[in-house]
Design a protein around this ligand. Structure first.
Ligand SMILES: NC(=O)c1ccc[n+]([C@@H]2O[C@H](COP(=O)([O-])OP(=O)(O)OC[C@H]3O[C@@H](n4cnc5c(N)ncnc54)[C@H](O)[C@@H]3O)[C@@H](O)[C@H]2O)c1
Length: 320
C-alpha cells in the first residue's frame, strides 16, 4: 500500500489532499497542530478511512525524522493564509509560514524522504506586469506572508541540494473548494464572495479588469497524486495551472449559483498596494511533466463550492 505523510493535513487544502489520496488507496498519516486562526480541524478528516491524525504541532512531534522516513510522498501543507492579519501579527506568520517548515528541512539531514512537495504560492512572484510568469521570474514578495513563504521555499531548495532529496515546490494562486474557510474576517477573495452572496449581500468587485488564476482544491489533490508517481530530482519549483479569469466573471458565476448580484467598485488603496497584477502563470514546465492540464470546468467547480458552502453555513447557523 502506498503511503503519504501530510503535514497540515487537517487544513483546507491538506484535507482535500488527504481525502483524495485515501480514496486512491494510500495510507495517510497527518501531522496537524489544529492551530488557532487556521482552518485546521479534525472534522475535516472525519469522513475518510485510512487516515491517522497526529494532532500535534510539528515542533512537538517526538523524533519527527523517524516519521519522515518510508513514505512514497510527503506533502507540506502547513501554513497560515491570512494575508491581511499577517501585517498585524508578523511573528505568528513567521512561526506558521517559516519556522514550522524548518523542522522538516532540519530532519531531511537525518531521514531522506523519497519526495517532498511544498505548497508554495504564486504570490511569491509579487506584482508582475508582463506575463506569462515562468518559474525563473524573480520572487519579489509584496506582503508578510509571501516573504515568509519565499524564505521557506529557499530553505527547501538548499536542504534538497545538500541532502540529495527531491523537493517539488508547487506555486499556485487562490484556491477554493470543499471545506474552504468561510468564517472570519480574512478568508480570501473567493470564500468572501461566496459567503456574502449566500447571505444575500451584493458581491463587490474592486477595480476594473483585474484577473486571477484560481484553482479547485480537488484538482490540486490530483496533481499531488501524480507527483507521487513521477521521477523528479533535486529542487524543482513548478507553476500549477488553474483557470485565469476576470474577478468580475468569477463573481458573476458565483452569483449565478446563489441567485445573487454583483456590483463594480473602485480599487481601495490598501488592496492596490498588495495587488499582484493580471499576468497568468506560464505552465509549460507543468505540461512537460504531466501533459495538458485536466481541470474541472470552472462553472461546475464553482457550483460544487457554493453548494458545499451553503451546506456548511446552514449547519453553522443551526448550531447557534
Ligand atoms: N488557500 C489558498 O488559496 C492557497 C493558495 C496558495 C498556496 N497556499 C498554501 O497552501 C498551504 C495550505 O493552505 P490552506 O488554505 O489549506 O491553509 P489552512 O489554514 O486551511 O491549513 C493550514 C494547516 O496547517 C496547520 N499548521 C500550521 N502550522 C503548523 C505546525 N507548526 N504544526 C502542525 N500543523 C500546522 C494548521 O493547523 C492548518 O490545519 C499553505 O502553506 C498556503 O500558504 C494556499
Amino acid at each position: 500500500m502506498a503511503s503519504a505523510l501530510v503535514l497540515g493535513g487537517a487544513g483546507f487544502i491538506g484535507s482535500n489532499i488527504c481525502r483524495h489520496l485515501a480514496a486512491r488507496g494510500f495510507r495517510v498519516t497527518v501531522v496537524d497542530g489544529l492551530m488557532p486562526r487556521t482552518s485546521g480541524k479534525a472534522a475535516n478528516l472525519a469522513s475518510a478511512a485510512n487516515i491517522e491524525l497526529i494532532a500535534q504541532r510539528i515542533e512537538d512531534v517526538n523524533s519527527f525524522s523517524g516519521l519522515l522516513r518510508g513514505h512514497d510522498i510527503v506533502i507540506d501543507a502547513m501554513g497560515w493564509t491570512s494575508h491581511r492579519q499577517a501585517f498585524d501579527d508578523p511573528e505568528y506568520d513567521l512561526a506558521l509560514n517559516l519556522s514550522s517548515h524548518l523542522v522538516v528541512t532540519r530532519a531531511m539531514r537525518i531521514a531522506r524522504a523519497r519526495r517532498i512537495v511544498y505548497l508554495a504560492s504564486a504570490h511569491q512572484y509579487g506584482r508582475v506586469s508582463n506575463g506569462p510568469i515562468a518559474e525563473t521570474q524573480p520572487l519579489v514578495p509584496l506582503d508578510v506572508q509571501s516573504i515568509h513563504k519565499t524564505a521557506a521555499e529557499h530553505h527547501y531548495r538548499i536542504a534538497a541540494e545538500r541532502n540529495g532529496v527531491s523537493v517539488v515546490s508547487l506555486r499556485f494562486g487562490n484556491t477554493f473548494g470543499p471545506g474552504q474557510p468561510l468564517i472570519g474576517c480574512d478568508v480570501g477573495l473567493i470564500a468572501d464572495m461566496i459567503r456574502k452572496s449566500l447571505a444575500g449581500e451584493t458581491i463587490e468587485v474592486f477595480g476594473e479588469g483585474r484577473r486571477r488564476t484560481v484553482h479547485y482544491a480537488p484538482d490540486l489533490a490530483k496533481v499531488i497524486e501524480a507527483l507521487a508517481h513521477l521521477e523528479v530530482f533535486g529542487f524543482v519549483p513548478i507553476n500549477v495551472p488553474g483557470e485565469h479569469i476576470a474577478i468580475s466573471e468569477l463573481a458573476r458565476q458565483i452569483a449565478f449559483c446563489t441567485g445573487g448580484s454583483v456590483t463594480q467598485k473602485s480599487l481601495p488603496v490598501d488592496i492596490a498596494a498588495v495587488d499582484t497584477g493580471n499576468a497568468p502563470l506560464d505552465c509549460a514546465l507543468f505540461e512537460k511533466y504531466f501533459g495538458p492540464p485536466q481541470l474541472t470546468p470552472l462553472p461546475e467547480a464553482v457550483a460544487m463550492a457554493v453548494a458545499d458552502a451553503h451546506h456548511r453555513l446552514g449547519i453553522a447557523e443551526q448550531r447557534k
